[in-house]
Design a protein around this ligand. Sequence first.
Ligand code: PMP
Length: 316
Amino acid sequence: MKCGRGGSFSKGELQRFGNIELNPSAGVLNYGQGLFEGLKAYRKEDGNILLFRPEENALRMRQGAERMCMPAPTVEQFVDAVKATVLANKRWIPPAGKGSLYIRPLLMGSGAVLGLAPAPEYTFLIYVSPVGNYFKEGIAPIHLFVEHELHRATPGGTGGVKTIGNYAAVLKAQSAAKAKGYSDVLYLDCVHKKYLEEVSSCNIFVVKGNVISTPAIKGTILPGITRKSIIDVARSQGFQVEERLVSVDELLAADEVFVTGTAVVVSPVGSITYLGKRLSYGDGGVGVVSQQLYSVLTRLQMGLLKDDMDWIVELS
Ligand code: PMP
């Protein structure tokens, strides 16, 4: 789908996956005007296809577009385009319980712009790929490294929207951590270097007794759709959930830590290395709270639990 600055998007069309042409002075290539989303389609036993809260991705893209001076598709255009793309790629959706189809909507400034300014034209496209687990550990515990030199977001910056540059900002720390055997990096706030923010591509939760705490959304972390869903699921399961400043010291006293995201779903954290000290959780297995929330969320997403919250869009 294409659109001029401030205008409305044209009706899209399905195209075979392949290279696209871009003007060398496209806004996305020169000034980083790019946003993306990520969601998954699961196949049910009866062959039907399930999407999880796609309108939330559409809304988040619209909020991001406002921050990035870009026009965005309407919620209806976004969701219709996702449905059409998924249905056209039905054969790539793994059988029930064997993985999912990852869906990547992308919005970019495709028009040419030489001096710094919003691009004059925008392109919205969607591509898909079958996927298995994000971390090689699967639902097994992952190992995080707390970064205190490099930051992914600053107050007033773009850390709270899903823009491409945020991911460029994490590559250096993430590559270094992976080279040392860690699964990913946990970022701290850049002002006090003391409060938890998030992991490169997922949100973090700390469990202590019946209380589950997660950093509040305040512009420097992404408002994850899995985060929001897990908060509701946890409350419905009787946990007390707090969204607030969570100090790095609370990791010391935590019973369990887990991360959430479309790609990682709910992944337990086995250890966190902070200032050279390694904190370990549990006995190397999956914590009971992480396991419980993982089971409820994945069974909902796969159509194995009643969808009381009206989160599922079913396609046949
Ligand atoms: N934080 C960041 C930086 C991310 O890239 C993602 C993945 N979209 C998340 C958190 C989790 O968001 P969601 O649950 O919507 O996938």
